[in-house]
Design a protein around this ligand. Structure first.
Ligand SMILES: [Zn+2]
Length: 136
């Protein structure tokens, strides 16, 4: 399974990051770290932009992170029109910045920079899989 089943709209298949989807299916949000220079990336990169090394290792994103910033999308772009409003956010997990959506289950009044969040895989009704932030 590749990126065609990632998110809520179809992405083109990215064979190199197929493992990311496989890990989501297993209930894990994983990303990559360069074995040479130690740089960690999200989303996962199979080639390190810092040192151009292609020897990377997968690791699971830390259990708990902190919300850094967020924005509420009132009008979704093409493919997301029916989903708005939704909340996009950046959270910090041990220095790794992760971009994603905040679960619709989180009350808007509870969303503030600094709150503890976790990142979890979520499946939609149509068999698509993605990840989202939830309150810890
Ligand atoms: Zn590197």
């Amino acid at each position: 399974m590749g990126f065609e089943n990632f998110g809520t709209v179809s992405f083109t298949t990215e064979a190199k990051t197929e493992e990311f989807i496989n890990y989501l299916e297993q209930g894990k949000v994983m990303t990559t770290r360069c074995k040479k220079c130690g740089s960690a990336y999200f989303p996962p990169k199979m080639d390190c932009p810092s040192c151009l090394n292609s020897d990377v290792e997968w690791f699971e994103i830390a259990d708990t992170g902190q919300l850094v910033t967020y924005t509420i999308v009132q009008y979704g772009p093409s493919g997301f029109e029916d989903e708005a409003p939704y909340t996009l956010a950046i959270a910090d997990f041990d220095g790794l910045r992760v971009f994603g959506r905040i679960s619709k289950d989180v009350d808007e009044n509870d969303i503030n920079p600094g709150i503890a969040v976790k990142v979890v895989p979520v499946k939609s009704g149509e068999g698509k899989i993605a990840y989202e932030f939830q309150k810890v």
